[in-house]
Design a protein around this ligand. Structure first.
Ligand SMILES: [Zn+2]
Length: 495
């Protein structure tokens, strides 16, 4: 047994384990977000460029000479200017529409314009915008990218919280979804003719019927959860299509990464089309102390057997820059590697606040680069290991979507007590990830706090668990009965 590091009062422990397939990221990889020059790559010991932008010949050469694999970037929400240049006369065809037919600005790009036009959110169900994205994938692969990173990978379904999108293709696609539902469900929803159903009209009538005093939000409508399921599945299908397009273009498998921040609900929707997550993750910098919350994202990625290259959120970086907190950032790096994942080298980071908009943080290399060089110099301490779990937490995805906070609190409670946990993800209608008997039986201690949200096959497996396993229903029971393999009460640094 080897001990990782104590971060945030948590011992992260790894035991020897053989990984079946070569992962796209190794635990000892040093991942850059954005392009840099060869000296900078070498200062950090970079091995992968995850959000590489356009693979120009110079950028490709710089990366290749430093031994860096290059993921070119394609953005589903951030490339409005480029999309406008591609379709200057007809760009409006591709815009998302709210229930009133109005376009919607990208909330974190409200300070951006292109030729006087705001950065509108575009719809990944619109044929013209799909054409744009397909062209972008093809040109990125043809330019020599080793892999493709997709930013805002959920496309339209990433904006459900904004009440989008009710353009004609989105409304038409929902009819197909409804036709796949059972007669009982349709009856329950009062839908006699799913092939004629217009959800946009239904919502408008429903809002009008609710009175003008306080307009009901579309998210309150009884069919909204079906709408979310439909939009999420559609996004996943499009990602599968883009993945195949990249492979066909290159004549080989092209690894696909995505900005899938797993602490946000539904970002696992397309995990099967992805090889890695390289994602923004809230680190709650404003608290000025370490948080265990990113560990939940790391464990979720592990649960679906994909690596997670993290960065902090734009708000986190803005705070770290304004208050000059490199020590906090170093802790984020250490937590990530101790958890078996890869915090991306913070040499140049996107910052965002509503007041300042987009700005940038140039991380002090003398503070950060030594950590990454340590990882490279000691790769054998990272590669080929798996999480040792004192307890396996069985997590139904539907329950996570309904109430992420409940699961954050539970996991953080375990982490704060030095209890190392693994997440066993039970899928639902959106995320295809059945539990396995092997995973359930691998850990002698199970925490199953929610039994009402399993699919039938998973529920049956959970009930058939091994007889000698300890099973608890609450984190407090685990804390009272399970002694962690490794524990420390020390508040300070561990030598
Ligand atoms: Zn749409």
């Amino acid at each position: 047994m080897r001990v990782g590091a104590q971060i945030c009062g948590v011992w992260l422990v790894a035991v020897s384990s053989v990984v079946a397939a070569e992962p796209v990221l190794k635990r000892s990889d040093v991942v850059f977000m954005y392009q840099a020059g060869r000296p900078t790559y070498e200062a950090y010991g970079a091995t992968v460029l995850a959000w590489g932008g356009k693979p120009t010949p110079q950028a490709k050469a710089d990366a290749a000479e430093a031994g860096v694999r290059f993921f070119g970037s394609v953005g589903m929400v951030t490339e409005f200017g480029r999309y406008h240049d591609r379709f200057p006369q007809t760009y409006e065809q591709g815009l998302c529409r709210d229930v009133d037919g109005q376009p919607v600005k990208v909330p974190w790009l409200t300070d951006h314009q292109h030729q006087g036009v705001p950065f509108w959110w575009c719809c990944t169900q619109q044929p013209q915008f799909r054409q744009y994205l397909r062209e972008r994938v093809i040109e990125t692969v043809r330019a020599g990218a080793d892999g493709v990173h997709v930013d805002d990978h959920l496309g339209t379904s990433g904006g459900l919280w904004l009440g989008i999108c009710f353009c004609d293709p989105c409304v038409a696609g929902f009819r197909t979804h409804l036709k796949s539902r059972s007669a009982d469900e349709l009856k329950q929803w009062g839908i006699a003719r799913p092939d004629e159903f217009n959800y946009r009209d239904v919502l408008r009538q429903w809002q009008t019927a609710g009175g003008a005093a306080k307009k009901r939000s579309v998210q309150q409508h009884p069919l909204w959860s079906q709408w979310c399921l439909y939009q999420g599945r559609t996004a996943a299908a499009f990602m599968r299509e883009l993945r195949e397009l990249a492979a066909t273009t290159a004549g080989r498998t092209v690894p696909i990464g995505a900005n899938a921040g797993l602490l946000w609900p539904r970002h696992l929707a397309d995990y099967q089309a992805l090889d890695l997550f390289s994602a923004e993750t809230d680190h709650h910098a404003a608290g000025r102390r370490f948080t265990d919350q990113p560990l939940v994202a790391y464990r979720l990625a592990e649960a679906v057997q994909r690596p997670y290259a993290a960065t902090a959120s734009g708000g986190d970086w803005a705070f770290a820059k304004e208050h000059q907190l490199p020590g906090l950032v170093r802790g984020w790096v250490a937590l990530s590697y101790a958890a078996g994942q890869n915090f991306m080298a913070p040499h140049r980071q996107w910052c965002y606040t509503p007041e300042k908009g987009t700005h940038w943080y140039q991380g002090p290399a003398e503070k950060f680069a030594p950590l990454y060089r340590f990882v490279r110099a000691n790769a054998r301490w990272f590669d080929g290991y798996a999480t040792y779990a004192d307890v396996a937490v069985v997590l139904p995805h539907r329950s996570f979507v309904n109430n992420p906070r409940r699961w954050f609190d539970l996991c953080n409670q375990l982490a704060a007590a030095n209890v190392s946990y693994r997440l066993l993800l039970a899928g639902d209608e959106l995320v295809d990830h059945p539990l396995t008997a092997e995973a359930l039986h691998a850990c002698p201690v199970l925490l199953i706090p929610e039994r009402g949200e399993f699919l039938p096959a998973d529920r049956q497996l959970v009930e058939m668990r091994a007889g000698d396993q300890q099973v608890y229903a609450a984190a407090s029971e685990v804390l009272a009965n399970v002694k962690p393999a490794v524990q420390t009460q020390a508040d300070g640094l561990v030598p």
